[in-house]
Design a protein. Structure first.
Length: 398
């Protein structure tokens, strides 16, 4: 078993970092996906050697990590022994706290109960399942490899394997999707009581096959009104079912503590929160990004290049940038507004030496009158309706 570090041995105000590992393999490429992954699985052994080298060369001895997220791609294509080795190597190279959240992304159709049990033995304590839909025609449109039955089995097995922190991803806004079919997806999801739900709106990213189909009028996207309706249904349905929205697409189930106070806190995705709160994170694997304020750097989005660089003893960095004060401010506005807690105005003003409220007084009043923003002394947050216009509102507050 890996040696774990006692969190009490670190300075109390050190901000723990997140570690992300990108597994760039999928059985088939989904036509809406713009994450980097390839379907040539023969490169797996050399990728794994390269990943071990990258971990050894990166190390970051002055940081402690309280999250490890193995994402992709389809990490559940890797067998138990490999996941076990990756986690062990991560523990050898980085200081990962004993209470770290260790997430593995899995895709239905690529896992068994035995595999899930083995991943848990290896140290995984959070599973995120790429269900996307329980509806066969939606799964066909998305060209997922799994059936609705396989999605349900993945959830049942994850619970049977003993995971107490399960996240489930769904997609809405699929052409042809009706209100009732989306409600059925939500109902199917909550029947399994996942601790976390991500409901992503289908986006047509440039360069993807569905974007091309959209340009060539091969498909009929849902109208903006219909998408807004689906978003509003999501909010009301999940709220009634005990889920709290904490970010545009993310919901955590509330739990009661010993005093009976309800809070979603323990079910938030600790790792994803790092991306939204300027916490440091290190990304390993092809295409992975890292952020150590004010610097961002990223790896080549190409497995061969990634392997080649590491086998010649170099880090596989494709680029880096130093974010200027203005760029950091823009990110702080955008990332703050994505979260239901909004922009923490005092902290924002202190960090950038300005008065956010004074700078945007008129715009904020106008947005409040339109029911798009809620503003209090120390917060500026989007209302549920405002969340639908995140990009345009963020642009007004920059
Ligand atoms: S399984 Fe996930 S990562 Fe792989 S192609 Fe589909 S959406 Fe992208």
């Amino acid at each position: 078993m890996p040696m774990f570090q006692d969190p009490s041995s670190f300075a109390p105000n050190a901000s723990p970092a997140g570690l992300y590992i990108h597994i760039p393999f999928c059985l088939r490429k989904c036509p809406y996906c713009d994450f980097y992954s390839i379907t040539d699985l023969s490169l797996q052994p050399s990728f794994l050697n390269a990943l071990t080298s990258e971990m050894n060369m990166t190390r970051e001895p002055d940081k402690v990590f309280d999250t490890l997220y193995i994402g992709g791609g389809t990490p559940s294509l890797l067998d138990i022994k490999i996941i076990d080795n990756i986690i062990k190597t991560a523990h050898q190279c980085f200081t990962i706290l004993s209470n770290a959240e260790i997430t593995l992304e899995i895709n239905p159709g690529t896992v068994t109960l035995e595999q899930l049990k083995g991943y848990r033995q290896a140290g995984v304590n959070r599973i995120n399942i790429g269900v996307q839909s329980f509806n066969s025609s939606n799964l066909d449109f998305l060209q997922r490899i799994h059936s609705s039955k396989e999605a349900q089995m993945a959830l049942i097995w994850a619970q049977k394997a003993g995971y107490e922190n399960i996240g489930l991803d769904l997609i809405y806004g699929i052409p042809g999707q009706t209100t009732s079919s989306w409600l059925k997806d939500l109902q199917s999801a909550v029947q399994f009581y996942p601790q976390h739900l991500s409901c992503y709106m289908l986006s047509f990213e440039p360069g993807t096959p569905i974007h091309k189909n959209l340009q060539n009028s091969v498909l009929n996207p849902l109208s903006e009104d219909r998408i807004c309706e689906l978003f509003e249904i999501t909010l009301s349905f999940l709220t009634v079912n005990g889920y709290v929205q904490y970010e545009t697409s993310n919901f955590a189930h509330e739990v009661s503590d010993e005093s009976g106070t309800k809070s979603p806190q323990s079910n938030l995705s600790r790792h994803n929160m790092k991306y939204w709160n300027f916490s440091p994170y290190i990304g390993l694997g092809p295409s992975a990004h890292s952020f150590i304020e004010p610097q961002r750097f990223w790896n080549h989005s190409n497995v061969e290049k990634y392997i080649q660089k590491l086998s010649s003893g170099r880090l596989p960095r494709a680029g880096k940038e130093w974010l200027s004060r203005e760029q950091l401010m823009i990110e702080a506005v955008y990332l703050g507004l994505r979260q239901t807690k909004g922009i923490e105005v005092d902290a924002f003003d202190k960090k950038f030496g300005i008065s956010f409220k004074a700078m945007h007084a008129e715009t904020i009043t106008d947005l409040e009158e339109k029911g798009l923003v809620n503003s209090s002394r120390n917060r500026c947050a989007l209302t549920p309706k405002g969340m639908l216009y995140l990009d345009s509102i963020a642009a007004m507050l920059i």
